[in-house]
Design a protein around this ligand. Sequence first.
Ligand SMILES: Cc1cc2nc3c(=O)[nH]c(=O)nc-3n(C[C@H](O)[C@H](O)[C@H](O)COP(=O)(O)OP(=O)(O)OC[C@H]3O[C@@H](n4cnc5c(N)ncnc54)[C@H](O)[C@@H]3O)c2cc1C
Length: 460
Amino acid sequence: MTRPALLWFRRNLRTHDQPLFDRLDGGPALGVWILDPRELLAADPLGFPRAGDRRRRFLFEAVADLRQRLRGLGTELIVRTGEPEALLPTLMRASGADTLTVVRHPGTEERRIEKKLRRALGDRLDLREPDTLFASDDPRADARALPEVFSAWRRQMEKERPLAAPRPTPQGLTPWPHAVDPGPLPTLTALGRRAPDLASDPDPRAATPFVGGETAGLRRLRRWAFDGDHLRHYKTTRNGLLGDGFASKLSPWLALGCLSPRHVAAETLRYETERVANDSTYWLRFELMWADYFKLALFKHGAAAFAAGGPSGSALRWSNPPGHFDAWRHGRTGVDFVDANMIELAATGFMSNRGRQNVASFLTKNLDVDWRWGARWFESQLIDYDPAANWGNWAYAAGVGADPRGFRGFDVTGQTRRYDPDGTFVAHWLCDAPDRPPAPVVSVYESLARAEQRWRLAQG
Ligand SMILES: Cc1cc2nc3c(=O)[nH]c(=O)nc-3n(C[C@H](O)[C@H](O)[C@H](O)COP(=O)(O)OP(=O)(O)OC[C@H]3O[C@@H](n4cnc5c(N)ncnc54)[C@H](O)[C@@H]3O)c2cc1C
């Protein structure tokens, strides 16, 4: 009989295109999801919850959906709370599992856990290589050879490699031979969280309801790309700020692996066959390549991705003037475009890409605040938080990415004129913020010219 395998679902919370189902060969499979308090309940060094309640709620919905879907395939998702490296070996003994299957993750904390599991389980740990968008025999070798410039990597991949096809979803899995206590699903209530900020959730001003789980993710993809036909115009609308359809808003599902990037890419190809192939249909794949690039970059750079000087090891530092960071995170800088975006983030757990670029640039360049503070705030607030995408993008925005490509700062006034010309976005988020100060809380900003000077000095 094929060996019974415990499948540890970490970030790939889905049943379609699921690498954990490879090589099961008809053997019994049991899923497990673990609430690791260090990742989901602890505070970060600034005192913010590492995962805010909106992200927790979205995640817990995704876990509940995964359990339903695994049951539909004939097996179970057991849920436990604790440190995976301690829990999993015990769980294997108790359940009679022969192997533990898990997909490698680029994060430094995740890799430490993998090492501990290897020590505890030896070759009973079946550590799978991560999936990439482009077909690859050895993604970690690809990561070691990763060019520091995204476009160089993309061009090379597009020339040399096909996009990898998603795996078919199995019709069923072999159930576990005996009953195992599934454990209760995680909920905010069980954590004692009835946070007041969730009382009006979803916020009535939010355009897109984000419900966690593969089922909701697949529905969003279908509705946005096909039913709403938004994919057709994506390249021209993607810099939008307000509304439901300007971009895919698939990131929360992609970040948790409720959606597979390979599946999303395959759906764009299907759209091209059935409807139209144009710059927009390509551009969604192009953006997915960014996510893949940052994943490989995190494998490559490891701890440097989280250090002050970033992957480039820059000498650039920030003076963190008192009050600047708090004004920024509460949407009280007095700069409407920045404040509107920050209020949207706090109210919904989401911000457009245009917004993120601007607020990150403003914090690090104009307010002279350490980029890691901003990255931590985003980590706490974003429902689509992904370590590789978040810290990678922040490092770029701060000018300490592996490829700084010269100084890049956003002129927020010009950006507002361009992307919110009639002020609709700002009005949408600021009209209900009556306690905002009439005058800027932060009265002295660095000019971009000064910020550029600092950056140049740090380049040596
Ligand atoms: C400072 C900063 C922090 C960010 N933090 C995160 C994060 O924690 N998680 C996250 O998923 N994205 C992050 N991004 C990238 C990007 O802003 C979001 O992926 C995007 O806004 C999500 O909206 P969407 O799904 O509508 O994107 P779309 O425009 O529809 O793009 C489709 C998908 O491509 C991927 N993608 C697009 N742009 C990027 C990018 N620049 N980097 C990596 N992947 C990208 C995402 O998976 C996204 O869902 C960050 C960007 C900045 C500037």
